[in-house]
Design a protein around this ligand. Structure first.
Ligand SMILES: C[S@@+](CC[C@H](N)C(=O)[O-])C[C@H]1O[C@@H](n2cnc3c(N)ncnc32)[C@H](O)[C@@H]1O
Length: 369
């Protein structure tokens, strides 16, 4: 149970969280202003805040912030001790907003997974996962991705020598599976259209063994600057950065072997890690983002070489942003054929309860020759 100091810190953090300020950002700013807090204290404050939003609908809005944080921690502990103590029907109406049921199935296992603490995944650099697991300790491998390690320790990974020397990236397993779905080969030319801070760009570059080139674009300059710093740390050089706002004016006339559209989305697949977003995301967001996703796919399709692959990924599982977007793209683009992923269908929904990671939807097409 959190002590009084933790409850007080958490209550202060809560005052800075809003629809425009995510809980993790608010925590980062808070810790920057309270530099005396040591990693164990920061950890318990963060846990208290995330538990607060996981159990938000159970809390009495009239109680003091400290009491609400305390109540959420009690509920979290009770759930950890006996997950069946909360009925799936209760979770269906309290753990997520009511509008979600019209957008996706809510199986009991999924709802239970949402109330658990999320797993932390690393991506080791190519062929380094065994050594890395040995040197970091507390790492578990998975058969799903060769370089993925689930980190169960408590040390601050950003401060480790292995992180500073680029031996690994912190990257969720679901995101790593996007790289494997794209499966670029050395020497190809790829475009990561919504590269952000470069999580997937760096993975694509690694899969290409530093041969060929990955174009990385985004509309956010600051994110692209972070991408460059990460690439430098990882000693990845086979990439080019270009600003692109998603409009018809593409950043290059290059024709690509592969294009990844890791599109902006509602992020419903990240609600275990980011429970605050359950209460700020709206059906209007989902509708608008679905339109943006289809527009992005449509704009970039022409930049593929004949025979090139188009990969679409979103860390959400709402129908509007997943199958509906993929079906609409397929229907409007007869010169693209659905392309098998992981040796079977042309789209896959990765559920958090199945992979112990973020939820993700991936679809792929091939441009006909
Ligand atoms: C899901 S995030 C990308 C995450 C990134 N690929 C990674 O693996 O770390 C989506 C990105 O799309 C960018 N974005 C949003 N709207 C866009 C648009 N209309 N055109 C281009 N990029 C856009 C956002 O700035 C954001 O960085």
């Amino acid at each position: 149970m959190p002590d009084q100091a933790t409850l007080n810190h958490a209550a202060q953090v809560l005052t800075t969280i809003s629809a425009d300020q995510r809980a993790d950002t608010a925590l980062r700013f808070y810790f920057e202003r309270h530099r005396y807090l040591q990693p164990p204290a920061k950890r318990v404050i963060s846990h208290a805040i995330f538990a607060y939003f996981r159990w938000f609908s159970w809390l009495d809005p009239k109680a003091s912030p400290q009491k609400r944080v305390e109540h959420a921690a009690t509920l979290q502990e009770r759930f950890i001790a006996d997950e069946k103590s909360v009925k799936a029907e209760t979770l269906a109406v309290r753990a997520v907003p009511t509008w979600l049921a019209s957008e996706m199935d809510l199986p009991p296992d999924y709802l239970r997974q949402l109330q658990r603490e999320p797993a932390l995944w690393l991506r080791a650099r190519p062929n380094r996962s065994f050594e890395l697991a040995k040197s970091l300790f507390a790492c578990e491998r998975t058969e799903r991705a060769p370089e993925a390690l689930r980190f169960t320790g408590t040390q601050d990974l950003f401060k480790t020598e292995q992180f500073k020397t680029g031996e690994f990236e912190i990257q969720d397993l679901a995101s790593q599976l996007v790289g494997h779905a794209a499966a670029p080969t050395p020497g190809e030319t790829w475009w990561d259209t919504c590269a952000g801070e470069g999580g997937k760009t760096l993975h694509l570059a690694d899969l290409m063994a530093n041969k060929g080139v990955v174009w990385a674009s985004d509309r956010n300059v600051r994110r692209l600057e972070t991408l460059k710093r990460r690439a430098a740390r990882a000693q990845i050089f086979n990439y080019r950065v270009a600003l692109w706002d998603g409009s018809d004016k593409l950043p290059t006339k290059t024709k690509f072997d592969g294009i990844l559209v890791d599109a902006p989305c509602s992020g419903v697949g990240t609600w275990q890690r980011n429970p605050h977003a359950r209460w700020t995301t709206t059906p209007e967001d989902v509708r608008e983002l679905a339109a943006t996703q289809l527009a992005l796919l449509t704009r970039v399709g022409g930049a593929l070489k004949p025979g090139g692959r188009l990969v679409y990924s979103v860390c959400t599982l709402t129908r509007s942003e997943t199958t509906a977007v993929a079906d609409a793209f397929t229907a409007a683009h007869p010169h693209f054929e659905p392309h098998p992923l992981f040796g079977s269908g042309s789209s896959v929904s990765l559920w958090p309860q199945e992979i112990n990671a973020n939820g993700m939807f991936i679809a792929a097409w091939k441009r006909k020759k």
